[in-house]
Design a protein around this ligand. Structure first.
Ligand code: HEC
Length: 132
């Protein structure tokens, strides 16, 4: 039990710090699952929910271009983890339910924190890779 938990934590820690390409793969998966409905499969802002929204959905491929060519990593992380509240995201992230706050659902706070940060970072890295 204890060894299993440690092994899991180690894997998650490795996942969190491994090559960006690998993070981007997980990030892409999370993106298609939780963000593409609004932001579109490519991030262009043309997901199926776009027609139902009263706010226009920003093109996430332009985040760097709109920030003097530099990808606003910290701002993006704060938007994803809910520290920067966006009305369209339902304030502190109800759109994502507990995805980025509850962690892996283990009883181990350390594992949960690593899991959650891994997902948030992977998603942010992925968004960096789709910049125009
Ligand atoms: C319900 C539709 C919806 C979903 C789902 C959604 N977004 Fe958004 N998002 C928006 C809208 C609309 C905005 C425009 C900002 C606003 O007015 O709240 C936005 C803004 C953003 C911004 C800021 C863009 C900018 O130009 O400053 C980022 C980054 C972002 N979303 C990332 C994500 C990620 C990552 C996910 C998935 C975890 C996600 N969004 C899920 C609708 C959505």
């Amino acid at each position: 039990m204890r060894i299993g938990t440690l092994a899991k934590a180690a894997v998650l820690a490795l996942t969190a710090v491994s090559a960006q390409a690998q993070n981007a793969d997980l990030g892409q998966e999370v993106f298609s699952q939780y963000c593409a409905t609004c932001h579109g499969a490519t991030g262009a802002g043309d997901g199926p929910m776009a027609a139902l929204m009263t706010t226009s959905i920003p093109d996430l491929r332009q985040l760097a271009a709109r920030n003097d060519g530099e990808f606003p990593m910290l701002r993006v992380i704060h938007i994803i983890d809910g520290r920067t509240e966006l009305r369209a995201h339902g304030g502190p992230m109800p759109v994502y339910g507990t995805l980025f706050s509850a962690g892996a659902g283990t009883q181990d706070l350390y594992v949960d924190v690593l899991y959650t940060r891994g997902r948030v970072l992977s998603l942010a890295y992925y968004l960096e890779t789709i910049q125009n």
